[in-house]
Ligand binder design. Sequence first.
Ligand SMILES: Nc1ncnc2c1ncn2[C@@H]1O[C@H](COP(=O)(O)OP(=O)(O)OP(=O)(O)O)[C@@H](O)[C@H]1O
Length: 902
Amino acid sequence: MATGAYRNGAQKGSTKSDRPVMRSSSSKFRVPPSPSQGSTVRRSSSASYGGARNDNGVPGRVRVAVRLRPRNSEEMVADADFADCVELQPELKRLKLRKNNWDLDTYEFDEVFTDFASQKRVYEVVAKPVVESVLDGYNGTVMAYGQTGTGKTFTLGRLGDEDTSDRGIMVRSMEDILADISPETDSISVSYLQLYMETLQDLLNPANDNIPIVEDPRTGDVSLHGATVVEVRDQQSFVELLRIGETHRIAANTKLNTESSRSHAILMVNVKRSVVGNEDTIPSENGDASLLDKPSKPLVRKSKLIVVDLAGSERIQKSGSEGHTLEEAKSINLSLSALGKCINALAENSPHIPIRDSKLTRLLRDSFGGTARTSLIVTIGPSPRHRGETSSTILFGQRAMKVENMLKIKEEFDYKSLSRKLEIQLDKLIAENERQQKAFEDDVERINLEAQNRVSEVERNFADALEKERLKCQMDYMESVKQLEQKLVLNQQRHEHSSFMDGKSSDVGPGTPVAIELSEVKKLLENETNVRKAVEKELEFLQSQLGQYTQAEAGGDTEVSKLYKILEDEALQKRKLEEEVVILRSQLLQLNFEADQMRRYLENGGSGNTFSALDSSTSQVRYSPLKDTGNSHKASVTSLFEEVGLHKILSLLESDDANVRIHAVKVVANLAAEETNQKRIVEAGGLSSLLMLLRRFEDETVRRVAAGAIANLAMNEANQELIMVQGGISLLSVTASDAEDPQTLRMVAGAIANLCGNDKLQMRLRSEGGIKALLGIVRCGHPDVLSQIARGIANFAKCESRASTQENRSGRSFLIEDGALQWIVQNANNEAAPIRRHIELALCHLAQHEVNAKDMISGGALWELVRISRDCSREDIRNLARRSLNSSPTFKAELRRLRIEY
Ligand SMILES: Nc1ncnc2c1ncn2[C@@H]1O[C@H](COP(=O)(O)OP(=O)(O)OP(=O)(O)O)[C@@H](O)[C@H]1O
């Protein structure tokens, strides 16, 4: 065998020079960059097709291995006298295909497996690097291609029931996936399908036999709507699924294989893994108002492993196909040749890749020339009788080796997980708040008890002291009285005795014993009086002491007052904590809403507005970020309303913290979207606070949401007057003139349009510049904004028309006076139906009053009226236009003059 140049990996047995395809080590298999922080650190499979992980390795060529099947019993006999048609040099990764006895073609592959290569080594070299990439977040494909009976199903689909070493790539891949994921945060699901005669059938639910292939035009992702998706938690259940699928797979007995698979089997393993990103990129409006740690950025990586067991690529006449089997073979060949054409086109960098030629190529669009890491194993048999098929299989593999994919990780922001984290934090905060509240109440109780005990102890001591003093005084007094009585008795006795001895009458004059006695008694009485006075003084002193004590207590000098001070501080802390809870709840609501919006945005393939739930199909403007997000959100708003209290929420509108204000105004706008809340909000002063936000804050978001909330409140007639009374129209006019954001302008126009529909407010609305403000917004040009302006004009014209009919008003329309007619005429035939309809109505209302007719004729409105009366799609508007034309002598005269029939 002469050494020579290589073409497409084939070494020709001649000296013909051609482009060599011997690959340097740098062009060998490269593992994609490692995932960002937070995910499991993956090891690089030592048995990969060579080469180390390349951190910049975005391009990833399709890797191709060839596997030779051992001779089967039939070949042992039939080919006994012949050598194998191939010769392998696995150490050089080369295969030589015998052309005849003296000439060979040499081909080089990424790996060459001999007929005794183990299933384990085949898995580790061919599939394991792909599985590892899938676990890192890349899509991956492992595919087997080859002639019938050469071992595709053996390589991929063997379950290893009898001998575990026989386990094929499907089983081994799932073993590695399940070993690597963490069940708490990650999930695995599988679908198993077959493509049979261009029909996609669910192998897990065969009744489902016409599954459509849906391609996302934006991302190119393919999804199979309606295919059974089973979550896999353990290996056993997965093997069971494969077994179910295997029983449903269409097989037939062909000349070349008694169990020949007649369909392409496709196993799809969806891997969803959570990873944690940097917190600074959280797409949230949260500020640092929270006392809590900011949650880290949760990301979710969705990747897909596709294992494809293709049907046999034999030639029709060789497989002995006829009748239905012939049709089958044609269909198989058709899809395989479509695959071959795509691979050829990709290999040659052709500008057109015929992906749409078959369902197989549509399904595999990400695997060849897409973002997936792809490994192909081509299986061949040794028999020289099938040299032609073997040669075409080898050439297929060679071409596939030239296909370059661009590997990409698909990461999404995991709103659900962030919302879950916030909920957990909120629950922790609520529990902490409850704990602190309980501790606070216990402290209050303890301090009260202590204070009561002290007061009663002081009272007791005071009462005891008083009682003692009283007793002492009483005793002293009794003692004195007793002494006096004794002395009196003694003196009487003495006096009687001396009278008896002297026989004289008693003498009571001065100096007599009696007089002496009396003066002594007097002295004693004086003493007693003094004692009593002293006791009274003592009593006074004690009372003043008690008074001082009570005063000192009131002055806050005592320990009790210190304790009260601590209590006050704690109450302040509690209030702050409660405010935190309110803010966090509103943030959570907002996040839930944004998550839903983002989900819907993704589901809708990225079309539409991602933030605002403004429904441009309805003419009434209603700002309600939570409006369409389901009952659970409404319930959250209601519960927020009840738990937190409206006054509390409204007070946050005046917070110094801009983030708090933004969240608070969003919550109020959501509440105002519900009719039942509107009255309560206005009664609680919400309208004034919202107007204050329009007046004070420059921030566009605050103004937009506040204007939206006011527009909601302006739907209610009672509120419309209040808005006017509180200067709402001039604030809306200022916002109308300086805002640029179409959403803000739409809210403002919607609010003014609502006010235009109130008969009582006509004059005031116009005199305060409402009409001019509405017309000023025309500069925006956004159809949703124009629709609101048109609605306002129609409302106003209708009210004017009513007022004129009731003779409450005469003279030209204010709309004409304020210069609206030109815009009305210009937009009477606007292509946006809502704008056109409102303008048509406005024209009909204006035309009902003769006083407007001349202006309308000179402004070109007559033509529009005639057009409306003929062509308007709505019969009621057509009739209204006709009536208006008929009832106006000026219009009739002009039409006659112009000879126009209508
Ligand atoms: N490497 C191998 N070692 C031992 N036996 C093998 C090997 N490859 C294939 N076989 C045997 O060859 C037979 C045919 O294999 P298999 O059914 O996997 O072929 P296939 O390419 O999937 O055929 P088809 O395209 O018709 O479905 C089976 O009996 C299988 O056990």
